[in-house]
Design a protein. Structure first.
Length: 164
């Protein structure tokens, strides 16, 4: 029972992901309602059987602080789908500053991309334009729901409409 459950705020905005056990307790105590059961899965007690939740909605609105995505190496790799943004390979990945640090490039979401070691070395201390190496897609700061969407890949399309 290592499944995860998408928790929606009262206004149906994605709030967080929690364990099945925690979600079941919230539903059982009437603090939330089940929006989507997990396809055919059940939770069993000694005498009863309950549908396993996949998406729940809280009965009260919870004020959540702004949920930003931390600027980390792993999160940049996730945003870029673990692919070099110059050649598309998925091996020997590193981070590359689009505008090199030596030329005033900042350590930000829009200046960092995933690059393989050979493309990073080939680009060197140049911008992609100077090196003649165009980016496959423009880097951006991802939203919190984008990262929740990645967790939804294990849930088929049960979460899709809530993370759009």
């Amino acid at each position: 029972m290592n499944s995860r459950v998408l928790v929606l705020n009262q206004d149906f905005s994605p709030l967080m992901v929690c364990s099945v056990q925690r979600a079941f307790v919230l539903v059982y105590l009437n603090k939330s309602e089940m929006i989507r059961p997990a396809n055919g899965h059940k939770l069993h007690s000694v005498t009863q059987s309950f549908p396993m939740p996949s998406v729940i909605r809280l009965n009260r609105y919870v004020r959540a602080p702004y949920k930003g995505v931390a600027l980390t190496r792993q999160n940049i790799f996730k945003r870029d789908n673990f692919e070099c943004q110059y050649c598309g390979t998925k091996r020997e990945l590193t981070l590359d500053h689009i505008i090199p640090s030596s030329k005033g490039g900042q350590h930000t979401w829009v200046n960092l991309v995933t690059a393989c070691k050979s493309c990073n070395a080939k680009k060197g201390d140049f911008t992609p334009e100077e090196a003649g190496m165009p980016l496959r897609k423009k880097p951006h700061k991802p939203s919190y729901s984008l990262f929740l969407r990645e967790l939804s890949t294990h849930h088929g399309n049960e979460w899709d409409e809530f993370l759009a």
